[in-house]
Design a protein around this ligand. Structure first.
Ligand SMILES: [Zn+2]
Length: 263
């Protein structure tokens, strides 16, 4: 990728990341995302535009509020940086000829709509990752926006819509059954609704790859957290972040993972 192009994508990613960090702060607290400028949670000072430049302002202010010197949470530069890197990846991902990766099936089915659509999905999924991690909820508004936009684009393509929808409903049903028999430990109804979207996007067989990868990732991270004494058995670890990470792994690497597993 040309340097200037990389630079522009990073700026776009940082700007969207800044939106994601505000969104993920406001949605769980019931604050409108259309309402006014950001403010310091400690001294309520409105944050000027020059103190609100993604990543750079955090560094320039040394991670402290200009007025009250309260530490600014690391979540802001982390979310902004991660979103920018994700954008860079999405822009630079190229499909080998004849690839059956989910991303490539969507790319050939949607043409010029592919990149904006994937950036949109990545943005909302990043927000879901953060909100579930911090607040243990997955907002309906985000999940249904994902499902409805996927449905609308799906019916305008020649992708097998029936297979995609059945994948979504099967994945949701599977998680719902788990939710009911485990009596809410670890799994929530938000995960069930998220599966409706993810399955509809991934189709068959990568809905299975996705669920499988989510449980493997969840188990590995769970064991590591227990070993590090950051968590204990029976304590609630939100499942949404694993679902989100595995979703993108399946979108971009699902075929290669299945090939590697000899399926
Ligand atoms: Zn302050």
């Amino acid at each position: 990728m040309e340097l200037i192009y990389t630079f522009l994508v990073l700026i776009l990613g940082l700007a969207v990341g800044s939106f994601v960090s505000a969104l993920t702060y406001r949605v769980p607290r019931g604050i409108s995302i259309a309402k006014g400028r950001s403010f310091c949670p400690k001294c309520s000072a409105k944050i000027s535009w020059y103190d609100n430049i993604p990543l750079l302002s955090y560094l320039a202010l040394g991670g402290k509020c200009r007025r009250c010197k309260e530490k600014i949470s690391l979540r802001y530069p982390l979310i902004e940086g991660a979103t920018a890197l994700g954008f860079l990846y999405l822009f630079s991902y190229s499909c080998p000829p004849g690839s059956f990766e989910v991303a490539c099936l969507w790319k050939s089915a949607t043409g010029s709509l592919y990149l904006p659509f994937l950036l949109f999905i990545f943005t909302l999924m990043t927000a879901i990752f953060v909100i579930d991690l911090e607040s243990q909820i997955i907002p309906d508004s985000l999940v249904f926006t994902l499902f409805i936009s996927t449905f609308l684009i799906l019916i305008s393509t020649d992708l097998p819509i029936f297979t995609h929808l059945v994948s979504g409903f099967s994945a949701a049903l599977f998680l719902l059954v788990l939710f009911l028999i485990t009596k809410q430990k670890g799994m929530g109804l938000g995960d069930v609704k998220l599966a409706l979207f993810a399955g509809a996007f991934l189709g068959w067989p990568h809905t299975v790859t996705w669920l499988f990868a989510s449980f493997v990732l969840g188990a590995v991270v769970g064991v590591i957290l227990i070993l590090l004494k950051k968590a204990s058995f029976g304590k609630h670890i939100p499942f949404g972040p694993f679902l989100v990470v595995s979703f993108f792994v399946s979108v971009f690497f699902g075929e290669r993972i299945l090939a590697w597993l000899n399926f």
